[in-house]
Design a protein around this ligand. Structure first.
Ligand SMILES: C[S@@+](CC[C@H](N)C(=O)[O-])C[C@H]1O[C@@H](n2cnc3c(N)ncnc32)[C@H](O)[C@@H]1O
Length: 276
């Protein structure tokens, strides 16, 4: 089992939430802050936007079914919302990998299956043999290693004709207000339209099968709603110091930003086949 060093964990958590608590990119996060964020996210069913229906829709796009035993890698699995859907709808083994053990412990409680293996490690340093997987899945997590870099890094780990399915922040329009454009360009310069994302996919050794845009409900009902509730509960019940109050405020700012600009950005779900 690969265990990330504590220093590496701090860097990773900054990346992990760099669009969630952007301001902390520029500060060094201490252990208390890190624990607070991990603890907050362990209370949520999903650590990012998504839904069971949309995971299922992406599975259907892969063309894979439960008739064949598959080797599946779920990268940045969090507490396992999508892992559960994969396990219920496909056959074979799933390696569910995340950097943070507290998420994996919840995943193990949530999914009691001999076919699912929780694995603590970094997606940027996979200890697997080349061509180990028929399917690599990653919902809302590939940005941690960068979209293009991730596509290229993961390519050798897929079997011939293997499939990759990724959800990734995406511009929904060709033009948008300067405020949101500047925000995202600073936080994640790789943000692009679906057309731009598909071009990167097709230039990185894959052929897009299909893609779709996650619904607003996947953001508001499945992620931000529960997150906002938890933030309100924490504010009411816990005595937070200024540092933690600042984190709560950063989350609230992110939620407000989505509500104001949701017609301009969302998540694309991209499914592609390895071609060489
Ligand atoms: C936005 S969350 C998405 C979680 C889950 N897929 C979901 O949609 O609910 C991103 C996940 O990536 C994980 N992560 C961040 N950096 C990572 C890395 N370098 N290697 C593996 N997992 C990482 C985080 O711990 C977190 O669980």
């Amino acid at each position: 089992m690969v265990r990330a060093q504590e220093g590496e964990q701090l860097i990773m958590i900054k990346r992990l939430y760099y669009y969630i608590v952007a301001v902390f990119l520029f500060l060094s996060m201490n252990e208390k802050q890190l624990d607070f964020i991990i603890s907050l996210h362990t209370k949520l069913h999903r650590q990012g936007p998504g839904s069971d229906e949309e995971t299922l829709k992406a599975i259907q796009i892969t063309g894979l079914n439960a008739l064949t035993a598959l080797k599946i890698l779920d990268l940045g699995c969090g507490t396992g919302a999508q892992t559960k859907v994969l396990n219920n709808n496909l056959n074979g083994n799933i390696t569910a990998l995340d950097l943070f053990q507290p998420f994996l412990s919840i995943l193990e409680e949530k999914i009691n299956s001999k076919n699912v293996f929780a694995f603590q490690g970094s997606m940027e340093d996979l200890p697997f043999e080349k061509k180990s997987f028929d399917l690599i899945w990653s919902e809302g997590a590939i940005y941690n290693m960068g979209f293009e870099n991730g596509l290229k890094y993961l390519h050798p780990f897929l079997q011939k004709n293997g499939v990759i399915a990724l959800s990734e922040i995406t511009w929904l329009t060709n033009e948008r207000p300067a405020e949101i454009e500047t925000f995202w360009k600073n936080e994640y310069p790789e943000i692009d339209t679906a057309k731009g994302k598909i071009k990167i996919i097709n230039e990185s050794g894959y052929q897009l099968i299909d893609h779709f845009i996650l619904s607003e409900e996947s953001w508001l009902n499945n992620y931000y709603g529960p997150l906002e509730e938890e933030l309100h509960r924490i504010e009411m019940e816990d005595s937070l110091d200024d540092e933690l109050k600042e984190i709560v405020q950063s989350y609230q700012n992110e939620i407000d930003l989505y509500k104001r600009f949701k017609e301009y950005f969302g998540y694309g779900f991209y499914v592609a086949r390895k071609v060489n």
